[in-house]
Ligand binder design. Sequence first.
Ligand SMILES: *Cc1c(COP(=O)(O)O)cnc(C)c1O
Length: 331
Amino acid sequence: MAAFGTVFMPEMALARFDGQGWSNPEIVSSDSLTLHPGAHVLHYSSTCFEGLKAFRHADGSVNIFRIDRNIARLAQSSELLALPSVDTAMLQQMIIDVVRRFASDVPEPPGSMYIRPTHIGTEAAIGKAAAPTVESLLYVLLSPVGDYFAGGDKTLRLLLEENGARCAAHMGMVKSGGNYASALQPIMKARASVQADQVLFCPGGDVQETGAANFLLIDGNEIITKALDTSFLHGVTRDSILTLARDMGMTVSERELTVSELLERSARSGAEAALSGTAAVLAPVGTLIHNGQEHQVGDGKVGPKTLQLRQALNDIQWGRAADTHGWLTRV
Ligand SMILES: *Cc1c(COP(=O)(O)O)cnc(C)c1O
């Protein structure tokens, strides 16, 4: 199986903003884009994106998960980056149209069609270091993906980083390229030095998130995660898992979590920790590495609550449980 995100459908949906309004969306080849080398995005990082999925159900229908949330987040990211304002109704139609066009290529569960809306500043203006682009391009790429856990469900090792931050504090809730570039060196160093899979950024002891996923601690019947603020990315999976946890009668605590409380609680028997995001839904965490010491989370193995919550979300996505929250849009 090819690596996640390396296979693309041959066409994508695309619309241009010319300073006045949006062009009619078109379906065009996804092989390449023509961009002026002075395009705003290439110099001043006026770029944001989304990641959501479409699922094939047993009845043959294709269903997109929480499309409204991802569109709203792209509109918010665009606004915070001073990109042209996204026409959300147009974007919804672009996503539905391109998914419908490639409906027969949507893999069966546990696979899915990963959808990548992207918005970039295209004005050729290298003098605009401190001014917004007036032109932009919005496109929707599709990438069929397989089973995230095909290699087995092994637990992750996270390095707790208390000194560095993932990105600038006011950029945390923006799904923008520069934030990933900014987290890359810490992640590469953590891989090389302590064989960590990811870095859990905890600036000043405040447990935030990893480079591309939210962090959840499960202690008995309670699930604890940082309350929403502008410092980190508001995951749609995080919100969905918390909703399902409440449905199951778990106590959901959205609040500050310090590194010391995390280490104390995660050492308890039965404690679990997981990363949440669209790609994996929930990926179990087995080890926290802090100040050169390794701390096992619970028994260090994949926990039952993590599996139960992931299954509950997968069941809705795959059409095996009732969509009681109205999360699916049939294309
Ligand atoms: C995309 C992303 C997430 C997860 O968001 P989902 O909507 O659940 O996919 C979490 N953190 C960061 C930094 C992200 O980029």
